[in-house]
Design a binder for this molecule. Sequence first.
Ligand SMILES: [Zn+2]
Length: 282
Amino acid sequence: MRRYYIRQLFGRSQFWRSLLFSVLFSLIFSGFAYAIANQVNLAQLPQLHDRLAQQQLLEEFATAKPHPMPPQLSVWRSPDPEDYFDQIQPVSVGYLVWSEFPVKVYVEPSQTFEQANDFLKRRADAWVAAVQTAVQEWADYLPLELVPSPEAADITIWRKVPPLQFETDEQGKIRPARARSAETRFELYRKASPPRLAHRFSIWLRPDQAQGYFLAAARHELGHALGIWGHSPLQTDALYFSQVRTPPPISARDVNTLKRVYEQPTRLGWAQMGDRVSVTSY
Ligand SMILES: [Zn+2]
């Protein structure tokens, strides 16, 4: 029936038919042209998709609540009352708190190509040793366990240059962002039975840096992955925002801050579903 009407409207008139086709054609063509001219759109498509998927996931889960404090943190008595909790950013799900212990950490072992070359092998071994030391250091405050495969891990640590990122410059053009020596990212996902909101972290720590750098960088990035989603303004803290000549160990202020993070509400780890929640972007 519909076809009949279209025919009736356009079928008999060559003019209307060609007008319709040219409008359709220019719509499609300008869409392509726009997408090609503005790499913005193409580049942002996967991110947009991720954001929508994450938003959907968030909307399913209930309101934020604090979890019981992990035992090591709850018995921690600080020699120094200070912290930098005011620098910590909650994200869309609340605070980045782990609630299932031990937290499983995968550290990329040396690869075959590295083992075949003396220089690369030494570098990879030094990197692995430093990263494992950082894991041990934080394990004094939260239960952590090294696991042999990335699939089973909550936190994966890779001996690689952080993945290339893009940023928008002053003219609105997309360009590759400044390469970083270390980076930490998290993503949200759904854990089954019972259904609950979960997160996992990836850390990239490039190996072509000065020896002493690995340990300080691994300590710093792990601090982010364990919940300190922000930076200290003091050089004497492991989570100081910049690299320093003599990197400090994990400070009392770092642990005080971590402890306060673990007192905060989060939607991570909670099984019940409930009220719809509004989503804030981060
Ligand atoms: Zn940082």
